[in-house]
Design a protein around this ligand. Structure first.
Ligand code: HQG
Length: 180
């Protein structure tokens, strides 16, 4: 069952963040997909998705990556998109320091250009070091950078908090970064 949920989570991430078109699905401008249409189109393309599985993945997901709307007729990813969506997040005041986990091999580029959103809409930041380290580990030997978030706010940068607790900003210039 765990494995089934894991596969469904991977599939939903792919479809709802990056490639809805592979099953001919469209997301609305806020990133929502109609659940019945998602199930129908997924099944038509050979992915065994049903309502129970979707409900379970939304609730059980380790990072709360997805949410359903009030009547559970629509689903979207909480963050991490590469497709253009407007999540309608309000900017918020971050803690004074946030953390970004990356791989040591990226450090030279980061110190030169700052943190870039790359394929995503935003740079992803954590309020806790352990979480940042885990994110970094996905890319190689991890290293954690501290981000002077309050100083960035003072300089006019905006921060957003996704529903699943990830801090987002467009770009972190290198002068706001320190190692450790
Ligand atoms: C790096 C997961 C060179 C950046 C996680 C990162 C997160 C640079 C990589 C979420 C750079 C992009 C996002 C520069 C940034 N030069 N490298 N100037 N600027 N980078 O995967 O933050 O499981 O797009 O440090 O938990 O690793 O998908 O971003 O290493 O919250 O829900 O370029 O993905 O969540 O990698 O991870 P990613 P990320 P999910």
């Amino acid at each position: 069952m765990k494995k089934k949920n894991f596969n469904a989570s991977k599939f939903l991430s792919y479809i709802l963040r990056h490639k809805p078109e592979v099953i001919e699905l469209s997301l609305d401008e806020a990133g929502w997909a109609v659940v019945d249409e998602l199930i129908f189109k997924a099944q038509r393309h050979g992915y065994g998705l049903d309502r129970d599985l979707i409900e379970r993945v939304v609730v059980d997901n380790d990072k709360q990556r997805f949410c359903l709307n009030g009547d559970h007729s629509k689903i979207r990813a909480n963050q991490g998109h590469s497709v253009v969506v407007d999540l309608q997040l309000e900017s918020q005041n971050p803690p004074s320091i946030l953390f970004h986990g990356t791989a040591i091999r990226f450090l030279a580029g980061i110190m030169e250009q700052g943190l870039l959103a790359q394929e995503r809409h935003h740079v992803h930041l954590s309020s806790n070091v352990a979480q940042a380290r885990e994110v970094g580990r996905r890319h190689g030997k991890p290293v954690v950078l501290s981000v002077a978030a309050r100083h960035m706010v003072a300089a006019g940068h905006l921060f957003y908090l996704s529903r699943n607790g990830v801090w987002l900003t467009e770009h972190v210039p290198s002068q706001y970064l320190t190692l450790g």
